[in-house]
Design a protein around this ligand. Structure first.
Ligand code: EPU
Length: 302
């Protein structure tokens, strides 16, 4: 989608928004898939309510793209613009056992920063790519932990009310790869309470997690992590593997040879290729096991 109205372009500029026309989102996602649209970089947190109201008043559909590591975006010209929060380096502040992290902070960087301040608990998340905001929204987890366990407060922009709110951790439901945030809530900052642990000890756990991940996941290939959620009591990866679907492809979209719940872009895969691969694998699993696998990857294909 292209923003062509000069008056709107000028108002966005006044709000400190940098408009980058016609950006290929395939360059902004870990899958290397995604069509073209205008990209709006919000350089100031304070401008978010104003920008959101302006876009709503002008009927401009929009989506916040974080790290782009767990999303499958449609091909061609997209019908919405992509918003990005101001980058945060490191985007984390520590006070005792509390860590205040910006939504746009890198998740791995945040885990490491906390570790250096002798705060642990999140070691399992070390290899999970993406931003803190994305991890929060999805309740990212790995190796027996999930980020939701440590959340004490979230500051967010609540689109339904048009203002910034602070929500207590106890008032948010964190389930397996799912949270009670509204789809149009925009994560801004999170307050985490983390257990004290010596840096060396955290580092040792981080190394173990990294090693496990390296040995079981295709980290050097373009992917969005696991495609399907694990069904209750089961493993999507094991089921796909048992059906001998590793290497099964549609175009350049391929079931990883290393981990069957990772679907990789082995070249120039399109979103259509990936959707077709997902549908075919889901169908085969359903036929064999009677289980309807749910997507873990977020689809922005409409
Ligand atoms: N397995 C196979 N073949 C495969 C892959 C896995 O037989 O190709 C078997 C493994 O041997 C193991 C079982 O399936 O017995 C589970 O596999 P694994 O330990 O790799 O974990 P997973 O359940 O497939 C989950 C998360 C990952 C997370 C790991 C580590 C989901 C959907 N996936 O994978 O998260 O990194 O545990 O904690 O919950 C993600 O969210 O994108 C993601 C990759």
């Amino acid at each position: 989608m292209r923003i062509k109205d000069n008056a709107l372009v000028a108002r966005l500029k006044d709000l400190g928004v940098e408009l980058r026309p016609g950006v290929a989102l395939s360059e902004k996602t870990s899958l290397g898939i995604g069509g073209t649209t205008d990209q709006l970089l919000l350089h100031r947190y304070e401008s978010i309510p104003g920008v959101m109201r302006l876009l709503a008043d002008n009927d401009i559909p929009h989506r916040f793209l974080g790290g782009g590591t767990n999303v499958l975006i449609g091909d061609g010209e997209l019908s919405w613009v992509a918003l990005h929060l101001p980058p945060a380096h490191p985007g984390v502040r520590i006070e005792g056992n509390l860590a205040f992290a910006d939504a746009s902070a890198d998740l791995g960087g945040t885990v490491t920063y906390c570790a250096k301040h002798d705060l642990g608990g999140m070691e399992g998340l070390i290899g999970v790519p993406g931003t803190v905001g994305g991890a929060l929204r999805m309740n990212a987890g790995a190796y027996g932990m999930q980020i939701g366990s440590y959340v004490r407060e979230v500051e967010l922009y609540r689109a339904s009310k048009g203002n910034v709110e602070t929500i207590r951790g106890d008032d948010i439901r964190f389930d397996y790869r799912h949270t009670s945030f509204a789809p149009d809530d925009v994560m801004l900052q999170v307050k985490l309470e983390l257990p004290s642990k010596p840096y060396k000890q955290i580092l040792a756990s981080i190394r173990v997690c990294n090693e496990k991940r390296r040995s079981s996941q295709p980290l050097n290939q373009k992917s969005a992590g696991c495609i399907f959620k694990n069904p209750p009591g089961g493993s999507a990866g094991r089921m796909v593997d048992e059906l001998a679907l590793k290497g099964f492809s549609v175009g350049d979209a391929r079931v990883s040879e290393r981990h069957a719940n990772f679907f990789v872009n082995a070249g120039h895969a399109t979103c259509a290729d990936m959707l077709s691969l997902i549908a075919q694998v889901r169908e085969r699993v359903h036929a064999a096991y009677g289980v309807e696998l749910e997507n873990e990857v977020i689809l922005w294909t409409q």
